[in-house]
Write a protein that binds this ligand. Structure first.
Ligand code: NAD
Length: 392
């Protein structure tokens, strides 16, 4: 029996959480669900994420989370970012593969890639200074006053500043995770993505560290010159002796990567990125494989793992039993894999795949026309997936 914290979220979250819970129970794996309401309404009422939510996740070490709303530009900190940072969920893993039957421009292509995104640093650290505030003016004056030769040229009272902290440790940790993942799942390559030609001390650091980790893993460098003078990560050498090696290490700049993914996504496998680039590319990759309705995710830390869809709370569809439960259900599949329930995960994947391939009991977003009257609701699609598993 696995005790799992279930966060039903808000917007369409509760409907998706219920559908997913039923599907996971139907796999035959025994779950004891510790339901913890923590949507926007709860946060508004209590003023913060309730302590009981963090306590439950810390205790159970396993969570399934439906989406939660973050009002834009109201000084409101994202609950999602808060949970990832509080729980040290440093790796965000988002597999993107095309299921036969899904409507996408890439249906005929073998897209099967995995985004590994750093989850705790970068512009998401929440270190921000609002335009017009005294502290912001002080910061700008300090920066303009130090002898770097660099100045923030725009108006002191009219400029906002967001800080982009990126560390050796944080980068090494996520690159290490990406290579571990590639080795464990028999993946062929890890592509490190950055914008080091512009941001030398953050994105430049990123490349230096991902190269060092790649070298420690015995990776084959696509461009051998990138390995010259790189010292393998001393913390990893020795630990990686048992890995198969042979994973290829490649690098792309983020702008070029966007174009490459649209033109030839089948060439890419594991893609390792810092927080903001990872966030943006996750949605792009979700688009490649059929949209947000089918894009699952996992947030992994040393002590806890939280599984959630890439998409948000789609508030306009709240309470309509309309949106696609596949992304959260596939996040549940990632949870099954994480806890070692491989057979159940594969059974669930086959059932999802079969329902999508038939194209009958699927939600509006999977039909040729979004107004197709034969589209089924969230809970009916879950029923169809359950029926497929039971028929096996
Ligand atoms: P969204 O992902 O909620 O929805 C955008 C659109 O995508 C929807 O209007 C809908 O057309 C489509 N869509 C999303 N999920 C779908 C599904 N399961 N099935 C079918 N169609 C689906 O993005 P948004 O509107 O930018 O964000 C809404 C709220 O969600 C915001 O407050 C945002 O901060 C939050 N958000 C939360 C998370 C999270 O909880 N992890 C992630 C992203 C956004």
């Amino acid at each position: 029996m696995y005790r799992v914290t279930l966060l039903p979220g808000d917007g369409v979250g509760p409907e998706l959480a219920e559908a997913t819970r039923r599907v996971l129970d139907a796999t035959g794996v025994k779950f004891d669900w510790d339901v913890q309401p923590c949507g926007i309404e709860v946060i508004m009422a209590e003023g913060k994420v309730p302590a009981r939510v963090l306590e439950s996740l810390r205790k159970n070490k396993l969570g399934l989370k439906s989406p939660m709303t973050t009002p834009i530009g109201k000084g409101f900190r994202s609950i999602n970012v808060f949970l990832r940072q509080e729980l040290g969920l440093y790796a965000c893993v988002r597999p993107c593969k095309v299921y036969p039957g899904v409507r996408t421009y890439f249906s005929g292509t073998k897209v099967d890639l995995v985004i590994v995104r750093e989850n705790t640093e970068d512009l998401y650290a929440g270190v921000e200074f609002e335009a017009g505030k005294a502290d912001t003016a002080k910061l700008i004056e300090f920066i303009n006053g130090i002898a770097t030769g660099k100045k923030i040229g725009s108006g002191i009272a009219t400029t906002g500043v967001s800080i982009k902290p990126m560390s050796y440790e944080g980068t090494r940790r996520i690159a290490n995770y990406a290579f571990e993942y590639a080795n464990k799942h028999g993946r062929k390559s890890v592509c490190s993505v950055s914008k080091a030609n512009i941001m030398k001390f953050t994105d430049g650091l990123w490349y230096a560290e991902t190269r060092a980790v790649a070298k420690a893993y015995g990776a084959k460098f696509e461009d051998a010159s990138l390995a010259e003078g790189v010292s393998p990560d001393s913390e990893l050498v020795g630990k990686v002796a048992d890995t198969k090696g042979g994973v290829e290490y490649t690098e792309r700049l983020i702008d070029n990567m966007c174009m490459q993914l649209v033109q030839k996504p089948e060439l890419y496998d594991v893609i390792c990125l810092s927080n903001l680039y990872g966030d943006i590319l996750s949605d792009l990759c979700a688009g490649l494989v059929g949209g947000l309705g089918v894009a699952p995710g996992a947030n992994i830390g040393p002590d806890c793992a939280l599984f959630e869809a890439v998409h948000g709370s789609a508030p306009k569809y709240k309470g309509q039993n309309k949106v696609n439960p596949t992304a959260l259900i596939l996040s549940g599949k990632l949870m099954l894999e994480h806890i070692g329930e491989k057979a159940a995960a594969e059974k669930l994947d086959r059932a999802v795949s079969a329902v999508i391939a038939e194209g009958k009991d699927v939600t509006y977003d999977m039909k040729a026309s979004r107004t197709d009257p034969t589209a089924v609701g969230t809970s009916q699609m879950a029923d169809a997936i359950i029926a497929k598993m039971q028929a096996e």
